[in-house]
Ligand binder design. Structure first.
Ligand SMILES: [Zn+2]
Length: 254
């Protein structure tokens, strides 16, 4: 059946089914890439272990660690991990690229692949194609006004949320840091190798800002999604309005 023969709701069902199929295929390729990464790492580790003496000699490095002088130099872990990541990452990249063309949902008008996260969330929410702005089906949002409202709400919630997380983290730092410094200056820090003063002063603020920074990043992405949806709605409605105006103009001329 040609795309043109399908109704709007059939197109929407087809779009949703393609999204599910595409996600599943990407997940499967991801699992294959992960397993090959582990296998590659195990294989390389065995090779390095077997030719340990030759490799250490060839690269003129000292073998082992302080606790275990016979062991493989820990520096060799870096090339092992890098080499193991290379091929599975390349495989995954090429596979995802291919799946975007074959399995991912496509616009029935301009046939552009809408597999990418931003494209498909925009399409699902508005029903408009992000590339040609044609109306493919009824989107999940009723109108552009709803999209604007959702965007404004997401933005203000994001600001409130970040302010709260940031204040909570800084508050916790203001409690923990003086306690730790007091323990440091009175030589009461627990553990065999307690951190130095410089480590405390650098690591603690860094550690406490990681959570708000991570949340800020995630929140930013979700606000951007809402912004894309709002912009797509505007562009789609504008185009739809122009098409409708042209049609009524033609009808009045006939
Ligand atoms: Zn299109």
């Amino acid at each position: 059946m040609a795309d043109a023969d399908l109704t709007s709701s059939e197109l929407k069902e087809q779009f949703k089914a393609a999204v599910t199929r595409y996600d599943l295929q990407v997940l499967m390729r991801g699992a294959i890439a992960f397993v090959s990464f582990l296998m590659m790492m195990a294989l390389l580790a065995c090779v390095v272990k077997y030719f340990q003496a030759e490799i250490h000699h060839g690269l003129s490095m000292k073998s082992g660690t302080e606790d275990c002088p016979e062991a493989v130099s820990p520096i060799l872990l870096i090339p092992i991990v890098l080499l193991s990541v290379c091929f599975p990452a390349l495989f995954l990249y090429r596979q995802v690229k291919r799946l975007r063309q074959s399995t991912a949902p496509h616009c029935p008008f301009c046939h552009v692949s809408l597999g990418q996260h931003a494209s498909r969330t925009g399409a699902m929410a508005t029903g408009f194609c992000p590339a040609c702005q044609q109306k493919m089906f009824e989107g999940e949002l009723d109108s552009g006004a709803v999209a604007v409202e959702k965007y404004e709400k997401a933005k203000s919630e994001f600001r409130r949320y970040i302010r709260f997380t940031f204040s909570a983290s800084m508050g916790a730092l203001l409690i923990v840091l003086p306690v730790y410094l007091w323990l440091y200056f009175t030589n009461q820090l627990p553990g065999k190798n307690p951190p130095s003063l410089a480590e405390i002063l650098v690591l603690f603020p860094l550690l406490f800002s990681l959570v708000p920074l991570g949340l800020w990043w995630v929140g930013k992405l979700s606000v951007r999604d809402q912004q894309n949806i709002r912009d797509l709605f505007r562009a789609g409605e504008r185009k739809y309005g122009i098409i409708e105006a042209r049609r009524s103009e033609q009808e009045s001329q006939q």
